[in-house]
Design a protein around this ligand. Structure first.
Ligand SMILES: *[C@@H]1O[C@H](CO)[C@@H](O)[C@H](O)[C@H]1NC(C)=O
Ligand SMILES: *[C@@H]1O[C@H](CO)[C@@H](O)[C@H](O)[C@H]1NC(C)=O
Ligand SMILES: *[C@@H]1O[C@H](CO)[C@@H](O)[C@H](O)[C@H]1NC(C)=O
Ligand SMILES: *[C@@H]1O[C@H](CO)[C@@H](O)[C@H](O)[C@H]1NC(C)=O
Ligand SMILES: *[C@@H]1O[C@H](CO)[C@@H](O)[C@H](O)[C@H]1NC(C)=O
Ligand SMILES: *[C@@H]1O[C@H](CO)[C@@H](O)[C@H](O)[C@H]1NC(C)=O
Length: 831
């Protein structure tokens, strides 16, 4: 067909159709039968009968024509196939297009528009793929109004408000059956109109509301070189349509049989259809995957559900098991109405399902906020358009199908109570600080790179300096003469310069701990509370008792240094908070409680077999060694005891309270220690009696702890069989009689256990609790002895063998604070 000749021919058709035979039209006298086709003017599309896939049924449809792969874009009789080749499409006596076959009296399919008189009727296949029925040159019917599974350029989807017709795409049943399948792609006109993919009546994917430029859930959709999408929402229609800038590019959008929306383009040189875009793409695209009020976050290939601000998981147990379908519920409903509540911004999201939102088209964001604030049942608001002042969306109940985008998306503002508001405000501050640090880091990197010479020079000098440092450091660490070297100035300076140290705001902690309502325990250093940060991180907050006597700056510096200590056998310190007189330390929270909870309990101790106990013994030793000499600081714990050893989920020991000695140190380090901090039963004699402490006092406590772990008994516990002896005395007596294994925990006897290894551990324990500090091994030696089968020295008599006599009565009665045996004893004016 020659395009140049086309126009006059079409014009002729309208006036004298009887005389003209055109390849792209159907007239009253010119029906098409199975085997015939009509081809559009540009030969892009053809109309005719075909059998899809392996099917033998015949369907009337439109398909691509001149390219090598010819997918079907429209079907007249998708649900009523013709079983033979007798189909005929014609214009009937009422001016309608009708599809008939030999076996049926009634037409299989027809256009139900009335168009008498008929002699002016003509159907034409346009080069856009649209089959149009004209009556006196006006369009009375077109296949674009009745799409099947394919959307072509300039085909409109959506609601025609005048006729009530909602045009949408429906998938095929299978590649062999073009009948209407389960998936549909349509505009939901409720609330703010949104584009959806449904499976049956259930939403499967949501492209979001139209924000003036694109669907809000498709942040990467651009008014590109190839496509221009237009959305119309007026009193006549809600519709979406797209055009192609260059008409010679073939594109189609399909809802395919497996429930995906695909946008495909034809590549002539490769001879195939390429997928340009498709949805749903990732797990977060699945509608409502995180339940109501949840927010889906994609990490690499995994997805995570979080709760939107102000909400918590409805069933934490299921949530933990990654079944988030129950979604989230309000944390606290009571404080949301005229109670200082406000809004928290969640950035880069796909705004929640807007079919339940209220649209206020003319409000700007500020007015939107006021509007939402005014109505106490308003849960969230967001901007309708991409630009400020382009309208407002407000939600009044549960929020569905929110997700986070890596880039793009919009801000959602969530109603939260005053507490949470403060908490988020604080987080913003930290974020800002982080940004500054990032900037500084970038600048320093730039500076470093820009002067390679200087850098290498510095490197050489640094190496030299390090090698000079190595000797003295070893010297310092190997001597236990001065127990508490002040942190070296350089270290302080360095830590100050990169001080992104977690200083928590009091509001954050009040919110996280529900105003310090969940107390985990109490000790000589203060009380411990459980809490949870807004990011879900569980924390333990230690509120220090007030007599530390340290200045604020000193305290900060110490926390800063201590928080840098990281070891698998130390509880992680996240940071601190200083609020007026209050000082608080924020630790990671470990759910498994402390060692004493297990080891001294008849049933729970059975969870710890010998292997596990040995690992715990070893782990504690490594942790203490790190404190004594492997870390940049030298820390003497001073309160090692079963209650200060926490166990993580894998029952790995983590020493807690390790910074206390330093934080409370200063005026207690001097020879004339005013306060003795420690726990009766674990205190070395020189410390308990004379207030002298060194790494060897920790070794003593460690020895006691080790024997407790082996025997499953408290050192201070009374035992009927040896009423005068404490555990230490008991072990010592039995050891001397060659019956060391008698002290081993009964619950260990049920399983076979390596006697030699246990005896060895008892011996190491006894070495640690010898009376004279100089006789006790260092922690390094302890770790070595535990890990190697070397011969061990014979232990000398331990300190505090007897229960009553050994108790340093004088100390305790003179102390200001004194508590039961098990708890840390703090004694002021101890001497
Ligand atoms: C459509 O859904 C129904 C019910 O879930 C199912 O039985 C049927 O097999 C589905 N049809 C197709 C073509 O997948
Ligand atoms: C696409 O852009 C062209 C030219 O700018 C315009 O003529 C056409 O109407 C647009 N199509 C749509 C669907 O917006
Ligand atoms: C349209 O696309 C065709 C094929 O890709 C190309 O040859 C032609 O130059 C394009 N025309 C315009 C106006 O961009
Ligand atoms: C439907 O589209 C998805 C997304 O591109 C694709 O993975 C799937 O294979 C397609 N299914 C069919 C039947 O073509
Ligand atoms: C909820 O907020 C109210 C008012 O601030 C407060 O009294 C109440 O204790 C809170 N409830 C919970 C569970 O946090
Ligand atoms: C708040 O909004 C809801 C939902 O739109 C509405 O039903 C209710 O009347 C409003 N309440 C007030 C006090 O405006």
């Amino acid at each position: 067909m020659n395009r140049a000749k086309k126009l006059p021919i079409i014009l002729l058709i309208f006036f004298i159709p009887q005389f003209c035979i055109s390849l792209d039209t159907i007239t009253i006298n010119q029906p098409i039968a199975d085997g015939d086709i009509i081809v559009s003017a540009g030969e892009t599309f053809a109309l005719g009968f075909f059998s899809p896939g392996k099917s033998s049924y015949r369907y009337l449809g439109i398909r691509y024509n001149k390219i090598s792969e010819k997918p079907v874009v429209w079907i007249a009789n998708r649900d009523i196939p013709i079983s033979d080749t007798s189909g005929v499409l014609s214009i009937n006596s009422h001016g309608n297009l009708a599809l008939n076959s030999r076996n049926r009296a009634a037409p299989l399919w027809f256009t139900s528009v009335s168009a008498l008189p008929t002699n002016n009727c003509v159907a034409q296949l346009l080069d856009s793929g649209n089959l149009v029925l004209f009556h006196s040159r006006s369009v009375i019917w077109q296949s674009f109004e009745y799409p099947t599974n394919t959307m072509l350029p300039n085909l409109k989807l959506g609601l025609d408000r005048r006729t009530g017709l909602n045009r949408f795409l429906t998938s095929w049943k299978s590649s062999d059956d073009p009948g209407a399948g389960n998936f549909s792609h349509r505009i939901n006109p409720e609330g703010s109109p949104q584009l959806f993919l449904y499976e049956g009546q259930v939403p499967k994917w949501r492209a979001g509301h139209w924000n003036g430029i694109r669907w809000s859930g498709m942040p990467r959709m651009k008014r590109g070189l190839i496509f221009n999408v237009s959305f119309v929402n007026n009193e006549n229609e809600i519709s979406i349509e797209w055009g192609v800038a260059n008409g010679s590019i073939l594109t189609r959008l399909v809802v395919n049989e497996s429930g995906s929306v695909q946008l495909l383009t034809w590549h002539e040189d490769q001879g195939r259809w390429d997928e340009f875009w498709f949805a749903p793409k990732d797990q977060c695209d699945n509608y409502g995957i995180c339940g109501s009020n949840g927010n889906c976050v994609l990490n690499d290939d995994e997805f995570d559900c979080t709760c939107l601000p102000g909400y918590r998981p409805k069933s934490p147990q299921k949530w933990y098991l990654k079944d988030e379908s129950d979604g989230c519920v309000r944390k606290n409903q009571t404080a949301l109405c005229r109670n200082g509540e406000g809004f928290v911004e969640v950035a880069n999201v796909k705004a929640p399902d807007a079919s339940v939102a209220r649209v206020l088209a003319n409000l700007d964001l500020k007015a939107c906020k006021d509007e939402c604030l005014r109505n106490c049942s308003c849960t969230a608001y967001a901007s309708l358009g991409v630009t400020e002042g382009s309208g407002c969306l407000t939600w009044y109940g549960d929020l569905l199908d929110t997700r986070v985008f890596i880039e793009g998306g919009q801000s959602l503002y969530m109603r939260v109570d005053a507490l949470e508001l403060a908490q988020y405000a604080n987080k913003q501050k930290h974020l800002l600080a982080k940004k500054w640090i990032l900037l500084i880091v970038i600048l320093s990197i730039a500076a470093a790179v820009s002067s390679v010479l200087l850098f290498s020079h510095w490197l050489v000098r640094r190496r030299r300096r390090l090698s000079q440092n190595a000797q003295p450091q070893m010297f310092i660490y190997s001597s236990s003469a001065h127990p508490d070297d002040p942190p070296r100035e350089k270290e302080l300076d360095r830590s100050r310069s990169r001080s992104h140290l977690p200083f928590f705001d009091i509001d954050t902690l009040v919110a996280a701990t529900h105003n310090f309502s969940n107390k985990l325990g109490e000790g000589g250093f203060g009380s411990v509370y459980k809490g949870q940060l807004s990011n879900g991180q569980e924390i333990a907050v230690k509120r220090l008792s007030k007599q530390s006597g340290q200045g604020i700056q000193e305290f900060r510096n110490e926390v800063q240094l201590i928080s840098k200590l990281q070891h698998r056998n130390l509880v992680r310190l996240f940071g601190c908070c200083i609020h007026k007189e209050d000082r608080m330390l924020i630790y990671e929270y470990l759910p498994n409680k402390s060692l004493d909870y297990f080891i001294f309990d008849k049933t729970r101790k059975q969870l710890l077999d010998w292997r596990k106990r040995f690992e715990i013994i070893f782990g504690i030793a490594r942790g203490v060694l790190y404190l004594h000499q492997d870390s940049r600081l030298k820390i003497i714990h001073r309160d090692l005891k079963a209650g200060n050893i926490l166990l993580d989920v894998a029952m790995e020991p983590k020493i807690s309270d390790f910074g206390m000695a330093k934080l409370f140190g200063k005026d207690q380090i001097e020879a004339n220690t005013k306060r003795v901090v420690g726990t009766y039963g674990y205190m070395s004699p020189e410390y308990a009696m004379d207030g002298l402490y060194s790494v060897k006092s920790d070794v003593f406590s460690y020895g006691v702890l080790m024997l407790e772990i082996i025997s499953g008994r408290k050192n201070t516990e009374y035992d009927e069989e040896s009423p005068y002896l404490n555990l230490i005395g008991n072990v010592w007596e039995l050891w001397r009689e060659g019956k060391g294994l008698d002290i081993v925990d009964y619950s260990l006897l049920e399983h076979s256990y390596p006697c030699q290894e246990i005896l060895r551990c008892i011996q190491i324990g006894l070495l640690c609790i010898q009376e004279h500090p100089a006789d006790r091994p260092t922690m390094l030696e302890v770790v070595f002895m535990l890990g190697n089968e070397t011969s061990l020295p014979s232990p000398k008599k331990p300190a505090f063998v007897f229960l009553n006599q050994s108790r340093p009565e004088s100390l305790i009665t003179r102390g200001d604070v004194c508590s039961i045996n098990d708890v840390t004893v703090t004694m002021i004016e101890g001497r």
